[in-house]
Design a binder for this molecule. Structure first.
Ligand SMILES: CC(C)(COP(=O)(O)OP(=O)(O)OC[C@H]1O[C@@H](n2cnc3c(N)ncnc32)[C@H](O)[C@@H]1OP(=O)(O)O)[C@@H](O)C(=O)NCCC(=O)NCCS
Length: 177
């Protein structure tokens, strides 16, 4: 997960509104663009995952959702309830995954993989040559998942996370042909 901004922003920014809606084969899960009204739910998911505190403030979400040309946030819902999301930001030819989270009771069912595949599709459609992300060094489960999908460790960012100064692994997935 990207560590976030260190500054405050003007909250009056246009929202990214790129229509996409995908019904999955079993028709139980729906992937769609995140909207501003989803942010409290996304923060609720993050709180469940990070000891009751969302590492991303409302302001960070707002700024990220305002990226019109080079970013996309997708949510995955079950029976109308958001159970996870992923954020992607394009920087030159790289699509950077800024955040990915699946609510605890829905983990281990392939939803994270599905969102990562969507990110890959979005990256390819935007002529990116790589997908990248940062992950806490101790997050062994997520690292295993990323490696299974083709990510490799590119480097280490020392004391990257400001809340606990944990190191981040810098991971990259070369998309190729
Ligand atoms: C990492 C995360 C997004 C994966 O989503 P997911 O829907 O559980 O992933 P999938 O079901 O597609 O894949 C499961 C794989 O993820 C890994 N994994 C990571 N955390 C897991 C968890 N809590 N439960 C089950 N699998 C987990 C396992 O390696 C598993 O691999 P396996 O199938 O070989 O056993 C999700 O576990 C999560 O939200 N974790 C907390 C937030 C986080 O760490 N985000 C990543 C920040 S970089």
């Amino acid at each position: 997960m990207w560590k976030g901004y260190n500054f405050f922003i003007n909250e009056e920014m246009p929202l990214q509104q790129i229509p996409v809606s995908q019904h999955l084969p079993d028709d139980q899960f729906v992937i769609d663009d995140v909207k501003l009204m989803d942010v409290p739910m996304l923060q609720h998911i993050l709180k469940q995952l990070y000891d009751g505190r969302s590492p991303w403030s409302y302001t960070i979400f707002l700024l990220e959702l305002s990226r019109k040309d080079n970013g996309r946030y997708l949510k995955i819902s079950f029976e109308g309830v958001v159970v996870g999301f992923i954020g992607i930001r394009i920087e030159r030819a790289d699509a950077h995954i800024t955040n990915i989270a699946i609510t605890p009771t829905f983990q281990g069912r392939g939803l994270g993989t599905l969102l990562l595949k969507k990110a890959e599709e979005y990256a390819r459609n935007n002529d990116c040559i790589s997908l990248s992300l940062e992950v806490k060094r101790s997050n062994k489960g997520a690292i295993r998942l990323y490696q299974r999908l083709g990510f490799e460790i590119k480097g280490l960012k020392k004391e990257y996370y400001k809340e606990d100064l944990e190191d981040a692994l810098d991971m990259i997935y070369w998309l190729g042909e």
